[in-house]
Design a binder for this molecule. Structure first.
Ligand code: 9MG
Length: 258
């Protein structure tokens, strides 16, 4: 899953793809490098970021998605949003998956909406919202709490009629370094649910912290290490900025596994 942030303020690529033509060029490049899913987001979810209005998010994402879906009909597109109105417009345009970092907490109606379009849904765990989530995240047992969250979320999605569910423990969303490391180490436990597991650690602060405060542009090798470990633990979707490198590592992983 290649990341396309059409935002002015995302932590890694903020401001680079706010122009539709530049966004389409980036999508084409990610597809050429091996991305099978393109995740388009119009609101930054980095810690401390400010929310944007529904109107603004629609203005940023929908024109790009409309053109991208037409130009790349064989590619799967997801909309990274927590808002009903944005998800609805994206699904009307033909998007296949809703990637909801709030895990139905902000907008429970996303379950029915996805079901009515036959769309997939990424159920991501978070504690708190982006503005405050990193202030003091606390868990009794992070794996247990995420397991309970997945159980309840899957139940709600199944009841609504969503057939295609992807589980994501939400690296960096209300988690300390220790929580993130425990999640990556224990990821296999979530494969018991029988749904695809998504891992998104690309260039995140978890990597920077492990590597003595390494800046964002020096986190590629660390990202690949975390993602490779996740593949070994059962992840089947990697959400990444660096598509070529991720695709190469998946190819190597698959050839060693078979
Ligand atoms: C939007 N976004 C930022 N980080 C993410 C992650 O780890 N997973 C998913 N599903 N979305 C994310």
């Amino acid at each position: 899953m290649g990341i396309l942030n059409v935002t002015p303020d995302s932590f890694s690529d903020g401001g680079e793809y706010t122009d539709t033509e530049k966004a389409l060029i980036r999508i084409e490049a990610m597809i050429a490098e091996g991305a099978e899913i393109i995740d388009v987001g119009g609101e930054s979810t980095r810690p401390g970021s400010n929310p944007v209005s529904e109107v603004e998010e629609i203005k940023r994402t929908i024109p790009v998605l409309v053109q991208a879906l037409e130009r790349f009909p064989d590619v799967i597109f997801s909309i990274d949003t927590t808002k009903y109105g944005v998800a609805k417009k994206a699904l009307e345009a033909g998007v296949h998956i809703v990637n909801d970092v709030s895990g139905l907490k902000k907008e429970p109606r996303l379950a029915e909406l996805c079901a009515s379009y036959g769309a997939g849904y990424v159920l991501m765990h978070s504690q708190g919202d982006p503005k405050t989530m990193q202030l003091n995240p606390q868990y009794n047992d992070v794996i247990d709490e995420i397991t309970t969250f997945f159980k309840e979320g899957i139940e709600a999605l199944k009841q609504a009629g969503v057939e295609s569910i992807i589980l994501d423990p939400g690296i960096g969303f209300g988690k300390t370094l220790q929580h993130n490391c425990s999640i990556v180490a224990g990821l296999k436990k979530f494969s018991n649910f029988g749904y695809p597991l998504l891992m998104g650690a690309s260039r995140k602060s978890m990597i920077g912290q492990i590597l003595n405060n390494r800046p964002v542009d020096g986190r590629l090798a660390g990202t690949i290490a975390v993602h490779y470990h996740s593949l070994l633990q059962g992840a089947s979707i990697l959400r990444v900025h660096d598509v070529q490198e991720a695709a190469d590592s998946i190819k190597v992983y698959n050839s060693l596994e078979s």
